[in-house]
Design a binder for this molecule. Structure first.
Ligand code: ADP
Ligand code: MG
Length: 275
């Protein structure tokens, strides 16, 4: 039964279409079905969270949409165009800060713009805009090693925003941050997302993070990775994690995620017994 705040997702026009996607990995004499028969239509501007415990194929699905690792079968298309490789319309933010350590904050953000062949003055304007959007102005001349985790992740986000990709793919981007910094960046991301009309697919194993951020939560199962539940979060933003409606959804999702965590655990015990 659905709670009153959670409806089955009904999506009008597809922007990102995932159709019958399977992904099988072969490792030694074992094969792992990381994704099985995934169907997902994501409209433009939606903030979708892929939620599930570790090992249920969240990163595999995100990497397939990014074009880093293609499905074994099935198709993924963006605006009707099949995804066969990474592309500028899909920006990726990883958990590990993928910054160039030898470049300043400013140069890290500007990097993609130079590649694009943008003029020096246009780059200066754009970088200035992003530094202020992400409160990085005072850090423009610093190097990544001299920044906190939260600041580094801001730079990583600014770098993807610089390219103006309509789609942002984020793989547990705040997973390594302390709670306060994490909440800060979540709020900032929501602000940026609502101002810039980006489509975001955000991977997390945190139920609270998913409810705080998402329009839509896609819960995945552990091996094979399938879609267990696909629901819209109808709580007005900014959402208050202490509110009863937030907690009701948290409990409901908690049960689902726990079941998958349990399957993961059982599977690990079984594999340990085989070895
Ligand atoms: P999640 O991001 O939800 O933690 P992943 O997508 O990383 O899950 O992995 C899903 C499953 O696929 C896991 O069982 C993992 O061990 C397996 N897997 C992921 N990548 C590879 C790979 N390159 N080779 C073999 N198995 C992989
Ligand atoms: Mg992952």
């Amino acid at each position: 039964m659905n709670a009153p705040h959670a409806f089955q997702a009904q999506v009008p026009e597809p922007h990102i279409r995932v159709e019958g996607v399977n992904k099988v990995f072969a490792t030694g004499d074992r094969t792992v079905t990381a994704l099985q028969d995934i169907h997902l239509d994501i409209p433009r501007g939606q903030f979708t969270c892929l939620l599930g415990p570790s090992g249920c194929g969240k990163s595999t699905l995100l990497n397939a949409v990014a074009g880093f690792s293609l499905p074994s079968s099935g198709t993924i298309a963006v605006d009707g165009k099949p995804v066969t490789a990474p592309g500028p319309e899909r920006g990726m933010v990883f958990q590990e800060y993928a910054l160039f350590p030898w470049m300043t904050v400013e140069d890290n953000i500007a990097f993609g713009l130079h590649i694009k062949g943008m003029s020096k003055s246009a780059i200066r304007d754009r970088v200035g805009e992003l530094l202020s959007m992400l409160s990085l102005g005072d850090f423009r001349q610093r190097f990544p090693k001299d920044l906190s985790g939260g600041m580094r992740q801001r730079v990583a986000i600014a770098r993807v925003l610089a390219l103006d990709s309509p789609i942002m793919l984020m793989d547990e981007p705040f997973g390594a941050l302390d709670a306060l910094t994490r909440r800060n960046l979540q709020e900032e991301l929501l602000r940026i997302w609502s101002g810039l009309n980006k489509t975001i697919i955000f991977v997390t194993h945190s139920i609270e993070e998913a409810i705080f951020l998402a329009d839509r939560i896609v819960v995945m199962t552990y091996r094979p990775g399938t879609i267990k539940r696909d629901l819209l979060v109808e709580i007005p933003r900014m959402r208050d994690p202490a509110a009863p409606v937030f907690n009701a959804l948290k409990r409901e999702l908690g049960v689902m995620v726990m079941e998958e965590q349990q399957r993961h655990h059982t599977d690990e015990l079984r594999l340990a017994a085989v070895d």
